[in-house]
Write a protein that binds this ligand. Structure first.
Ligand code: FES
Length: 166
């Protein structure tokens, strides 16, 4: 239960919004729920909905809408490549396919060791710097622009090394 683990943080988040607008706390609460395990469970969705007097469907719908929120466990890091049209015109789709091929997966899949999930996402506001991706990992989100297959594989290896050193 979120309340058992994070009551102080939940209180802090709720304090930022007037009681009649507490539904505005939904995204920070979802992000809090996801922080530790990398995804949000149905139980957590129900808990957040009850806390904010919302319907669980409304809360769950947000997870499907935002690419930074997830409802199932995947890799420790998520490589999210923009393949929207401007990036596709700069080779993002080929880049994504080659990266996945090198990792032994298909787009949307996770490597056998459970470390990397590669996903396609829509515009990340780096259209003139494609191929580009963001890495979502437990400590935050990091942008990597002007990528090649080689630089991307190096970056993933750095994350992997950091994880094994931790
Ligand atoms: S279209 Fe890819 S970052 Fe904008």
């Amino acid at each position: 239960m979120l309340a058992e683990k994070y009551q102080a943080e939940i209180d802090q988040i709720l304090k930022k919004f007037p009681p009649e607008e507490k539904r505005a706390a939904v995204l920070p609460l979802l992000y809090l729920a996801q922080r530790e395990g990398g995804h949000i469970t149905q139980t957590e969705v129900a808990e957040i909905a009850a806390l904010l007097d919302l319907d669980a469907t409304q809360v769950g719908g947000l997870i499907g809408f935002y690419t930074l929120l997830h409802d199932k466990p995947e890799g420790k890091i998520r490589v999210q490549i923009c393949t929207d049209l401007p990036c596709a015109l700069r080779g993002a789709e080929t880049f994504a396919e080659e990266l996945c091929e090198n990792l032994g997966i298909k787009l949307g899949e996770t490597t056998d060791d459970g470390f990397v999930t590669v996903e396609e996402v829509m515009c990340l506001a780096g259209c003139d710097r494609a191929p580009m991706f963001q890495v979502q990992e437990p400590t935050g989100i990091h942008y990597h622009e002007h990528q090649t297959l080689e630089t991307a594989l190096e970056i993933i290896e750095e994350y992997r090394k950091r994880e094994s050193d931790a």
